[in-house]
Design a protein around this ligand. Structure first.
Ligand SMILES: Nc1nc2c(ncn2[C@@H]2O[C@H](COP(=O)(O)OP(=O)(O)OP(=O)(O)O)[C@@H](O)[C@H]2O)c(=O)[nH]1
Length: 199
């Protein structure tokens, strides 16, 4: 059995979406990432209980000016969502309900697994979002919460754990979702400005 799953990674600009994606797909910390324009994507195949699941991660631009033009167009065909905030930036955390509402407005429903991730835990002295506050928000939406760092090599396993958790949730939602997709069979083409890394 082979699954192909499209995962959106969403959040304010500069929270570390590209670095987290790159850490998961490429292994290393991306030192000088450029701001994402529109959507970029990377992939990694995981083995779960003898089955292959290819996570195609759509790394979206956090900058407001790209949201309306490109990012929103691709919500319809998304299978899972990771919401990221920077734990050293209260404003990036306070933006989360808006990102989550935006997903809901675009019909990203309860069958789509969602995860909340606080990034940059290596910057301990600059933390602005306590774990207890983040946990309350995660609980209110019934999302799992992870705190991690794309930069700290010791956190690599945590980064992997985020995507593994998502993959397991995708796997368990799959039968229900396939039933739903038989009714809503939409094809959304890839954007032109995509690049990919396969591992
Ligand atoms: N200290 C620290 N810095 C990080 C971490 N993750 C990312 N950064 C830095 O944060 C900045 C933004 O990282 P990106 O991955 O480009 O952020 P983004 O959310 O993809 O930004 P947009 O593409 O504009 O939406 C870069 O300077 C990274 O080096 C982390 O875990 N710790």
């Amino acid at each position: 059995m082979f699954y192909f799953e499209k995962t959106y990674i969403i959040g304010d600009s500069n929270v570390g979406k590209t670095c987290l994606t790159y850490r998961f797909c490429g292994g290393a910390f991306l030192k000088n990432p450029e701001a994402t324009i529109g959507v970029d994507f990377r992939e990694r195949t995981l083995q779960l209980d003898g089955e292959s699941i290819k996570l195609q991660i759509w790394d979206t631009a956090g900058q407001e000016r790209f949201r309306k033009s490109m990012v929103e167009h691709y919500y319809r065909s998304v299978h899972a969502v990771i919401f990221v905030y920077d734990m050293t930036s209260l404003s990036s955390f306070e933006s989360l309900p808006e990102w989550i509402d935006e997903c809901t407005r675009h019909s990203v429903g309860p069958m789509v697994p969602r995860i909340l991730v606080g990034n940059k835990c290596d910057l301990r002295d600059s933390r602005e979002v306590p774990t207890s506050v983040a946990q309350r928000l995660a609980d209110s939406y019934n999302f799992p919460l992870f705190e991690t760092s794309a930069k700290d090599p010791a956190e690599k396993e945590h980064v992997d754990a985020i995507f593994l958790t998502l993959a397991y949730r995708l796997k368990s939602h799959k039968p229900l979702r396939l039933k739903h997709e038989m009714h809503v069979n939409e094809y959304v083409p890839m954007p032109n400005n995509c690049s990919s890394i396969c591992t």
